[in-house]
Design a protein around this ligand. Structure first.
Ligand SMILES: [Zn+2]
Length: 104
C-alpha cells in the first residue's frame, strides 16, 4: 500500500513538474542552468530586480530591462542573456560574484 501511494504521489509530482514547465515557457520565466541557478539563488531579490532593470542595450544606448532572459555560467561568472524590453534586441549582463557578495 505504501508502495502504491508513493507511485501515485510521484506520478502526480511529475505531472505538476510538467505543468509548471509549460507555464514557465508561456510566461517566459527565467531558465537557468543548474550552476547559474545556484549563483542566482544567493542574490537578494532587490538586487536581482536592480540587475534585471539595468542592462545596457548597445542598440538603444540606454539601460533597459531585460526580458525573456536565461542564465548561464561563463568563466565562473553568472551571465544573464535575454532581450531588450525596448527594441527586442539581444542583451546580456554579467553578474560578477563580487558584486553579489557586496549586497549580501
Ligand atoms: Zn534595446
Amino acid at each position: 500500500m505504501s508502495l502504491k501511494g508513493r507511485c501515485l504521489s510521484s506520478g502526480l509530482a511529475t505531472h505538476l513538474d510538467n505543468l509548471s514547465l509549460i507555464n514557465m515557457t508561456i510566461e517566459s520565466s527565467p531558465i537557468f542552468t543548474p550552476a547559474a541557478e545556484e549563483l542566482w539563488a544567493i542574490i537578494p531579490s532587490s538586487y536581482r530586480k536592480h540587475l534585471l532593470s539595468n542592462v545596457w542595450c548597445s542598440n538603444c544606448r540606454i539601460n533597459v530591462s531585460i526580458s525573456n532572459f536565461s542564465g548561464v555560467v561563463k568563466d565562473g561568472d553568472l551571465l544573464l542573456v535575454g532581450l531588450c524590453s525596448e527594441c527586442r534586441g539581444d542583451v546580456a549582463r554579467v553578474v560578477e560574484p563580487l558584486s553579489a557578495a557586496d549586497v549580501r
